[in-house]
Design a protein around this ligand. Structure first.
Ligand code: IPE
Ligand code: IPE
Ligand code: MG
Length: 252
């Protein structure tokens, strides 16, 4: 059970890893694993809506995933297009706003078109913002923000001294979204693999052996319980608790 009244993340990031291993251990093709992964994403979105998590971001395809065999890349591109088509109605109905992040320019025409359509169809969604990272890399995100800002400076519209974090982050793909509080990685690895590098500065990291297609609502609750046990200090000191001389509650 989740701690009643305990903190829940304002923004969960998910590195959906392990589709290939899930499929291979069952004698299925990696593409079949990705298909199962996409269907699992629907369940997790639904659960996050139920839990009233306002922001969810999911890593679907990294700037490095082009290195995979063409056949697998093609299968992923097709799946993402199909996902975008099948979810447009559903997400709009659930009042979820879908925001793709990453460079859509390199995607096949149909995948790009359907993803943009999903974004446009759900623009008014107010219940949750779902960011889907497609051809996304944290380093590219920072680089393109630096380039955009440099252009403003070169035009004489901006003084370099005025570049602060608020201004900088507005140029990231995630724009005004809050930073992730919790990043979940399935598939047992302990790395970010170029996901939300700037934004993850103080995210709590949670890694589970569960492979993405088997990461269900129960597993999500386990991650959230673990999050509720974490003490976030942001470089400050412990909250000393109620028995501290000043009554505790000192904000880090
Ligand atoms: C994650 O599953 C999905 C993508 C990277 C697109 P993987 O395909 O990386 O699965 P494993 O890690 O090989 O099991
Ligand atoms: C991270 O998984 C990217 C996505 C989940 C989309 P990878 O499987 O690509 O990461 P590495 O190669 O194990 O670091
Ligand atoms: Mg992987």
């Amino acid at each position: 059970m989740l701690m009643r009244g305990g903190p829940l993340p304002e923004h969960i990031g998910v590195i959906m890893d392990g589709n290939g291993r899930w499929a291979q251990s069952r004698g299925l093709s990696r593409a079949e694993g990705h298909r199962q992964g996409a269907s699992n994403l629907r369940q997790i979105i639904e659960e996050c809506v139920m839990l009233r998590i306002p922001n969810l971001s999911t890593f679907a395809f990294s700037t490095e995933n082009w290195l995979r065999p063409q056949e697998e890349v093609d299968a992923l591109m097709l799946l993402m297009a199909e996902f975008a088509v099948s979810e447009a109605e559903e997400m709009a109905k659930r009042d979820v706003r879908v925001v793709p992040i990453g460079d859509l320019g390199r995607l096949p025409e149909r995948t790009r078109r359907e993803i943009k359509n999903l974004r446009d169809r759900t623009r008014e969604g107010r219940v949750m913002t779902l960011m889907i990272a497609v051809n996304y890399g944290g380093r590219d995100d920072i680089l393109q923000a630096a380039q955009e800002i440099s252009r403003e400076v070169a035009r004489g519209d901006l003084d370099p001294e005025e570049i602060d974090h608020e201004r900088f982050r507005a140029h990231l793909h995630t724009q005004s979204q809050p930073d992730p509080d919790l990043i979940i990685r399935t598939g047992g690895e302990w790395r970010l693999s170029n996901f939300l590098l700037y934004q993850a500065a103080y995210a709590e990291f949670y890694s589970t052996e569960a492979l993405w297609p088997e990461f269900d609502a129960h597993e999500l609750h386990r991650a959230l319980r673990e999050f509720q046990r974490r003490e976030r200090r942001y470089g400050g000191l412990h909250d000393r608790g109620a028995d501290a001389p000043d009554g505790g509650g000192g904000q880090a």
